[in-house]
Write a protein that binds this ligand. Structure first.
Ligand SMILES: Cc1cc2nc3c(=O)[nH]c(=O)nc-3n(C[C@H](O)[C@H](O)[C@H](O)COP(=O)(O)O)c2cc1C
Length: 195
């Protein structure tokens, strides 16, 4: 199993340090109870007006047809490795408030928060996830008969981390590459934005 813990300049909680986005997954399935826990964690994210604008469609790899249907909506850059996921998830975001139909300016923000909750919960259970923005929007809307108010935000590949050797290039090299982040002084400012 590969691990790519964050090399931080300041100490952060282990569950943040150890989250990363693998492309290699073992053949181990994710049990339904564990999956429910991940969605429960997502549900407890904060959201504007407690709208909870997220919805999830998932398929286990063993549900061959359903899994294939989700996988088919991914772009070619993600398909070769995402086929190894134990579970594929379509993360959907409702654009309007259910109470009055007004635009919810925060829908993608809040769905991102739910996704972060899900990924961090997963990490505590030895499960990893990989967010994908590389999917065919029109195809996803059509294949799943989505109403216009429900926007596919991202797809997720979930599973137990495998080994880089099981991947073809260029994914193998990416799996082994280091992780980095901008230094804090590039994005954190005291009192005012400075150049
Ligand atoms: C909204 C979003 C879209 C992403 N789309 C893709 C994608 O289509 N394919 C992919 O391999 N990784 C994708 N990623 C994963 C990022 O590349 C990854 O999170 C980033 O490089 C940081 O690496 P880490 O998650 O291991 O810390 C996406 C991540 C996010 C949050």
């Amino acid at each position: 199993m590969s691990h790519k813990p964050a090399q931080t300049h300041f100490p952060v909680a282990d569950f943040i340090k150890h989250r990363w986005s693998p492309r290699a997954f073992t053949s181990q399935p994710i049990e339904d109870d564990a999956l429910r826990t991940l969605f429960e964690a997502a549900a407890w994210a904060p959201s504007a007006m407690n709208e909870q604008p997220w919805q999830f469609i998932y398929a286990h790899r063993e549900q061959t047809e359903a899994f294939q249907k989700v996988w088919n909506c991914l772009l070619p850059g993600n398909q070769p490795w995402a086929k190894n996921a134990a579970v594929l998830v379509i993360v959907l975001a409702r654009k309007s408030f259910s109470s009055n139909g007004a635009d919810n300016r925060h829908y993608l923000h809040d769905v991102g928060m739910a996704t972060a909750n899900l990924l961090l919960q997963a990490g505590t259970m030895g499960i990893h996830g990989h967010v994908m923005g590389g999917f065919d929007l029109a195809k996803t809307q059509q294949e799943f008969g989505l109403p216009t108010d429900l926007e596919p935000a991202t797809f997720l590949a979930l599973g137990y981390v495998g080994t880089a050797e099981q991947l073809e290039e260029p994914f193998r090299s990416r799996e082994l590459a280091g992780r980095s982040r901008k230094p804090l002084d590039e994005f954190v400012f005291e009192n005012q934005l400075s150049a």
